[in-house]
Structures are given as C-alpha cells and as structure tokens.
Design a binder for this molecule. Structure first.
Ligand code: DXP
Ligand SMILES: NCC(=O)COP(=O)(O)O
Length: 260
C-alpha cells in the first residue's frame, strides 16, 4: 500500500463526509472525464474520510445523476463509510433516494437555480410538504437530516416532523470566524445544537467549513456527529493532494476533542 494511504486514526465522535461537487464542476469543463469524481471519492475514503456527500443540482452544473449512481456503487465497497445525498426533495432528490437508498438524505430548501445553499428550512411553515417525504425516506431505511439555520426554537419542529438529524448551516459562522462576532455566532450554534439534542435529534453541520474554522466550531458546538465539507477541502486538495488534505481535516476534528 502507498504509505500516503495508510489509515488515519480519525476521531469517531465526528465524521468527515467529503463533498465532491467541485471535482465534478472541474470535470464538466471538458469531455475527458478528468478529474474523476469516483477516483476523488476513493482517495478521500482511503485517506480516512468516513463519508462522501454530493449535492446534485437539477441543472447538473456539477454532480450529475450518473455520478450519484456510480458513487452509490463505489460506496458498496466501503461498508464503514456513509453516502449522503443532499438536495431539495420537491425537485430531484427523491428519485435518487428511492433508487439508491443512501445512508442519509439531507433535505435542503434550495430553488432550482440556486447559486449555492444559503438558508435552512422555515419551520413549522414548510412542515406539511416535508412530513410525507421524511416518512417515505425513513420507510426506505434512509436517515433524514434537515438543513437548518441555527435557530434553537426551530429544532422542536424538526423533531416533530420525524427527522433524524439537522444539518446546521454554518456559513454565517464561517463568515464571522476570526472577527468580533465569532463568539456570538458560536453561542448561537451551541444553543441550536443543544436544542436539537434536547429534542432527540442528531446534529450535522456544513457549508464553508475549512481548516481554519473547523476546530473552533467543534470545540464550541456540542454533539456534532458529521461535518460535510466540499468547497474548501477540494480547493486545499489542489495544493496538497487528497490524502494530505483529508488527514489535515481529520486532525482538525481530533484537535477539537483534545484538552486545551
Ligand atoms: C447544503 C450545502 O451547504 C451544500 O450542499 C452546499 O450547498 C454545496 O453546494 P454547491 O457545491 O452547489 O455550492
Ligand atoms: N452540506 C455542506 C456540504 O456538503 C459542503 O459545503 P461546502 O463545504 O462546499 O460549503
């Protein structure tokens, strides 16, 4: 085995799920099939990532439905790792979930041509549309996570809909990191996570997390079971390679649980 690929003793408390959207974005600028989304996922898993995330958008600007099918096949070779498919369940997500039954479906309230995700569900307002789709996923054996702003009062509504987890939308924290409002933001996320845990939900987090802001986030926010990271991680990998980059993110997670 290539020594660069030796397994990394990752902290099991918080899984790193690598979002490979941006590999597909680069691939789609030619008709050559490079860089390979499948190979990227495989290299990240070999380096110790505990999951792969994709967010196939309806316009297929990056991840295509065919990528999701191929990745689902690949994931069968990685029984300890999880496959997380994100998207709007009223657009293209449910068809993929019904066919492929990933470990987790993350419901995101994006419009069809959304530039990137920038808000969570509005609960209880969106609840009536979501409840039957959540129930269907759970019947299929697929865990449901709802993409949510860090609003403690909304967590009880997410639990009442039957969701298993929430994914806290972390862009506002990432934007505040290193500035005067970082502590205020972290307190908001900690309160939202506590409310989610108290309501019986698991807690995921993602959007604009990176090597600079990840450890501080996990130190402050209790019970985060999974972070899904794509944009910054794939950008880092262009400089460092997938293996070194994934390991560096796993180190950031480990450091969060070390005594300070
Ligand atoms: C829900 C979420 O935060 C991510 O899925 C993010 O939206 C990635 O999507 P893009 O890669 O299209 O920006
Ligand atoms: N759910 C968030 C995700 O998958 C990746 O978001 P980003 O790191 O690309 O911002």
């Amino acid at each position: 085995m290539n020594p660069l690929m030796a397994p990394f003793a990752a902290d099991a408390r918080c899984a790193l799920s690598v979002n490979v959207n941006k590999v597909a974005l680069l691939r789609n600028t030619r008709h050559l099939g490079i860089p390979s989304v499948l190979r990227a996922a495989e290299l990240c898993l070999l380096a110790g990532a505990q999951g792969i995330t994709v967010h196939p958008r309806p316009d297929e600007r990056h991840i295509r439905a065919s990528d999701v099918h191929e990745l689902a096949q690949l994931m069968k070779q990685w029984p300890q790792a999880e496959f997380n498919i994100e998207g709007n369940p009223t657009h293209n997500l449910m068809e993929l979930v019904r066919t492929l039954r990933p470990h987790q479906a993350t419901f995101v309230p994006d419009s069809v041509e959304q530039f990137t995700s920038d808000h969570g569900w509005n609960l209880p307002q969106d609840g009536a549309r979501l409840a039957p789709l959540i129930a269907e996923c759970r019947q299929l054996g697929v865990r449901v996570s709802l993409f949510m702003d860090a609003l403690p009062e909304a967590m009880v509504h997410a639990a009442a809909l039957g969701a298993d987890r929430v994914e806290l939308y972390t862009e506002p924290y990432a934007a505040a990191h290193g500035g005067p409002t970082q502590a205020v933001q972290l307190a908001r996320y900690a309160a939202a996570a506590q409310a989610a845990l108290a309501a019986g939900l698991g807690v995921n987090a993602g959007h604009d997390l990176n090597r600079a802001n990840l450890t501080d986030f996990l130190r402050a926010v209790p019970g985060v079971q999974e972070v899904s990271i794509g944009h910054a991680l794939i950008a880092d990998a262009l400089e460092l390679g997938y293996a070194e980059t994934v390991r560096d993110y796993l180190r950031c997670i480990q450091n969060a649980y070390r005594p300070q």
